[in-house]
Every structure is written in C-alpha cells, then in structure tokens.
Design a protein around this ligand. Structure first.
Ligand code: ATP
Ligand code: MG
Length: 278
C-alpha cells in the first residue's frame, strides 16, 4: 500500500522550496518497517512513498526526452544509497553512464556496459537461485524479509537499473533474462527499475512490462504512450515546462513532482556517504 508520510510532508515542502531556490533536495522516508522503499517525489499531501517489496517490485519510468527520467533515477538511487548502506546497485545506461558519474566512487555502485550486460544479468539470476535455496532450507521462510528476521547476517537488497531500455529490445538473450528477473527477483530482495522514452508493445514488449507493478509517467508526447504506461492519457497533458512532474499509477493515479538534484548537491551527498563508510 502506498503511504503518504505525513511528517515528511513538511520536509518535502522544504525540499521543494530549496529546489526553487536552485539548491536540490532529496528527502528520505521511514525505513524502519520491512521492505525496500523509494520516494520518487512529493504530492500536495506530502512525500509519495512506495514500498517495492509490497507495491509492485519493479519500476517502469516512461517519458519523452528531457522529461526528467535520469534525474528521477538519480534521486531515487541517492535516497537508497543513503538509507540502505548495504544495498548493491547495478546500472546499465544507454548513454554510457554520463548521468551517473558522481556515483562511480561508491563501492556498492556498479555500471554494467552493454557487452557485459547479459553475463551480469545471468549472475544476478544465479544469486536469486542461491537466495531461494537458503529460504528453502528454513522453516516458514518465503522471502528476504522472513529470512532477515530469522538470521543474524541479513541479506542485502539489490537494485538493477536500465536507463533507456529500447536499444535492448532486439537483443533476445538480454530480453529473456530481464523477463525472468522481473518474474523471479522480488522475493529474493532484488528489484528492477527501467527508464525509457517509449513504452509501446514494439519497443518494450508486454512480457516484460506486465511484471512492472510500479508505473510512473513523466511528460510524453502521445496519448497512446501515456496510456501504455499508466493506462490513462493524462501524462501527455503535462506541460513541457514542468520538468520532473509525473503521474504514478498505484491504486489510483497520483500526480507528483520529482525531486531536483543539482550535480553539486549530488556530489556533496555522495561524499557524505563515503565519509560514513570510512
Ligand atoms: N525534477 C526536476 N525538477 C526540475 N528540473 C528537472 C527535473 N528533472 C529534470 N529536470 C531538468 O530537465 C533536464 C533533463 O532531465 P533528464 O536528463 O533527467 O531527462 P531524461 O528524461 O532522462 O532525458 P533523455 O530521455 O534524453 O535521457 C535536466 O537536466 C534538468 O535540467
Ligand atoms: Mg536520460
């Protein structure tokens, strides 16, 4: 269930004001309860918190070029790396990592080049098998949350990000592995997040996107694209000037504003993460 975290409403508003002042701000949610939680932005009612473990596992972010996809992924990654110090993040970026450079110094952040993508996805699927074997060896252990409650050494969450997906659509082996991951990874604590300019059956394929329960549409140019992402034409009415404005399809459609993160702010926050790790 999506929660609006009331006490974060104030912080969200402060963040928004800072953004308007030209200084980026990304806010955190409560991470005490189980599950991997992201806050992609804030609504008029407060921060929009999505628990990937219970709200749909895999995240699909669609939007026209320049609508704010990479910014949103950056902001979500920063939150996760701050809130879950043990998380492992793997990013494949169609633009060769240009938008992710500030994260490179973090030891738990890994870029995956195209020529290593298939083998990396296979390695991740093997990790899923190994985690499932651990769960099967215990009583009443269905998933990572059960396991971590029972064991002294908890398993960490993994997040696999594909930023600009459509160039992979014709790569059959990679597609098959992504579909398998989208189906099998959630209970093992491994999640997928994909951003792309186009979500049409041809560009992405329903086999894959059917398993992306968390759908976010930034501004798109065609009603059909908006419908394909969130089941409604509304995202094509987002004005071009409203960068980062988006619609989340949960139980209902929720309009929200994604966080803005200046490159200076991103670098500062990553420096802090590195200091804490030392
Ligand atoms: N939440 C936001 N608030 C304010 N400005 C934003 C926001 N998100 C993005 N922008 C502005 O829009 C620009 C483009 O954003 P971004 O690179 O994330 O788009 P994109 O959807 O990834 O584009 P492409 O598909 O071409 O990669 C950013 O450089 C920034 O200036
Ligand atoms: Mg981008």
């Amino acid at each position: 269930m999506v929660e609006f975290v009331a006490w974060w409403a104030l912080v969200g508003c402060v963040g928004y004001v800072l953004k308007c002042l030209g200084d980026g701000a990304v806010n955190h949610g409560s991470i005490q309860s189980p599950g991997l939680k992201i806050i992609p932005g804030h609504t008029e009612r407060g921060a929009l918190e999505i628990n990937l473990s219970t709200d749909g596992a895999n995240v699909f972010i669609g939007g026209a070029t320049g609508s704010g996809k990479t910014m949103m992924v950056n902001a979500i990654l920063l939150q996760l790396l701050e809130n879950y110090p043990d998380i492992a993040v793997f990013v494949h970026d169609g633009k060769l990592g240009a938008g992710y450079k500030p994260f490179f110094p973090l030891p738990n952040f890994h870029m995956i080049p195209l020529d290593g993508l298939e083998s990396q996805l296979q390695a991740i699927l093997s990790e899923v098998d190994s985690r499932n074997a651990r769960f099967a060896g215990l009583e009443n252990c269905w998933d990572i949350e059960d396991y971590n409650q029972q064991q002294e050494s908890p398993l960490n969450y993994w997040l696999v990000v594909i930023d600009e997906f459509s160039h992979l659509a014709k790569k059959k082996n990679i597609m098959e592995k992504l579909v398998e991951m989208a189906c099998r990874c959630r209970s093992a604590g491994i999640f997928l997040m994909m951003a792309t300019q186009r979500k049409t059956d041809k560009a992405v394929g329903n086999d894959l996107t059917d398993n992306f329960g968390v759908r976010i549409a930034l501004r798109v140019l065609e009603e059909s694209s908006s419908k394909a992402i969130i089941g409604s034409p509304e995202a094509c009415h987002i004005p071009a000037s409203k960068k980062g404005q988006a619609i989340y399809r949960g139980d209902e459609l929720i309009t929200f504003q994604g966080f803005y993160l200046s490159s200076g702010e991103l670098v500062r926050r990553i420096e802090k993460i590195k200091e804490i790790e030392r």
